[in-house]
Design a protein around this ligand. Sequence first.
Ligand code: HEM
Length: 171
Amino acid sequence: MAVAAFIRFPVGAGKGQRADLIRIKLRPAAAPYAARMSGDTSPFEAIGGAPAVRALAQRFYALVDADPAYAELRALHGADLAPIAESLAGFLTGWLGGPRDWFASSRGCIFSLHGGFAIGDAAAAQWTEAMARTIRDQPGVEPDLAGAMIERLGKMAQAMVNARAPASAAA
Ligand code: HEM
């Protein structure tokens, strides 16, 4: 029988962040953790805390670096991806309901940070697909939680598109 748990899933980034309570189904193997996942559990805790989030960010950029399917996204970045992976880990930590050091730093809003790059639909789709693959391959993430993360991060990536090709004027 499926066991359910509730977690507080953050919505939005930065100061306006609030939390939705979402219901996730746990695989039978994860049932012993159901008690731990009461309504006060954050996704940050549910996926394994700081080491898991850091591993996720590092695997995301390793994938973007290695797979030519993400060449357009990769080309937007500098040679050294390590500092960006570290920053992504910091962002995700706060966004998932963990410590908010990244948000307290003076980096500013995640959308403004991307404003200086010409981000088109293809790059956004590559970001979303690479992140979806990374999340699905992350050990110990319940499928419902993975789905919620993928959906919300995908919307965030969509909102970063600032270089959409104008619709063709041809009749
Ligand atoms: C539309 C898809 C996206 C594209 C094309 C993109 C591209 C980029 C680029 C070009 C950089 C700067 C890299 C450099 O300086 O070498 C960057 C940095 C970063 N991105 Fe994205 N990004 C996307 C979506 C996202 C999303 C959705 C998030 C958060 C969930 C995110 C989090 C970050 C973070 C935390 C940094 C580092 C900022 C810093 O510390 O300066 N990105 N991204």
